[in-house]
Design a protein around this ligand. Structure first.
Ligand SMILES: O=C(O)[C@H](O)[C@@H](O)[C@H](O)[C@H](O)COP(=O)(O)O
Length: 262
């Protein structure tokens, strides 16, 4: 049982946000102890808003401090659009979170995609991979980068990052970052971390809220996962994976919830 992902369910998104903060800070401290920085990748969708709710409130104590100036933020997936485009995940994170950081908090290092090559998604993915190589070089054997934490969403179809059910990208074994030109969720042209990179992270946290997630949560947790991308991450990461959900997202899900503690 201990090798299974943890499912933490909360009555409200507010409760979820408090627990998520404690979890992220725990991962931050582990990353800082390991190598002096905290390397994290984030998704788009509803996640940046929840993350802001979790991380923007002032610290309740020294131990509750988000050390923004030690954070290195990457994007788990990104759309091939300019950074100020309404579809940009960078733009979303900036609007929801980065622009709201108090000046005295210190600023994180953020790694957006290289918008010089938006017309060529393979080149866009290659350049993002190079940014990862540069950042992770010297720390790992660099066969695969080891993120301290990935903060991911789960689509109603079971996708995560821009890894979609049944897509050939799920079979990628060597690339760290891959292009996709036919994303079923618009916009179609994107880049994404690959499954081996996701599964190699020290910790992975999914955040899923709302009743629209309940059907897919049953398939991920109670059935055999149906090969859904989120289920493949559960299988690949086991106890390193935690799900932060509200009760609406797990109506009818039989998989045991854990009481939240670190
Ligand atoms: O760029 C994207 O499209 C997102 O990164 C995507 O992978 C998202 O995380 C899921 O679709 C869940 O989105 P919601 O949290 O909005 O349901």
């Amino acid at each position: 049982m201990t090798k299974q992902p943890s499912l933490y369910a909360f009555p409200t998104v507010n409760d979820l946000a408090s627990a998520l903060r404690a979890y992220v800070i725990h991962c931050q401290e582990a990353g800082l102890a390991r190598h002096g920085v905290f390397k994290v990748a984030v998704s788009g969708g509803s996640l940046p808003k929840t993350l802001a709710q979790a991380l923007l409130p002032p610290p309740a104590s020294e131990a509750d401090t988000v050390k923004w100036d030690r954070w290195e933020i990457f994007f788990a997936d990104e759309r091939a659009v300019p950074l100020d485009h309404p579809d940009s995940n960078y733009g979303l994170l900036k609007a929801e979170l980065l622009d709201k950081l108090p000046a005295e908090a210190g600023q994180p290092t953020v790694h957006p995609i290289d918008v010089e090559v938006l017309d060529d998604t393979q080149e866009l993915a290659d350049r993002y991979e190079q940014a990862l190589v540069k950042s992770f070089a010297g720390r790992d054997s660099v066969r695969l980068p080891i993120f301290d934490l990935l903060l991911l969403g789960c689509g109603p179809d079971g996708h995560t990052c821009s890894l979609f059910p049944g897509h050939e990208l799920l079979r990628e074994t060597t690339a760290w970052v891959a292009p996709i030109e036919d994303s079923p969720k618009p916009p179609p042209r994107r880049v994404t971390l690959t499954l081996p990179v996701v599964n190699h992270a020290v910790r992975v946290a999914f955040v899923a809220t709302g009743g629209s997630k309940a059907e897919v949560m049953k398939r991920i947790f109670d059935a055999d996962g149906d090969g859904l991308p989120c289920a493949l991450v559960n299988e690949g990461t086991g106890e390193r994976c935690s799900w932060f959900v509200d009760n609406d997202a797990v109506v009818g899900v039989g998989y045991p919830r854990r009481p939240f503690n670190l």
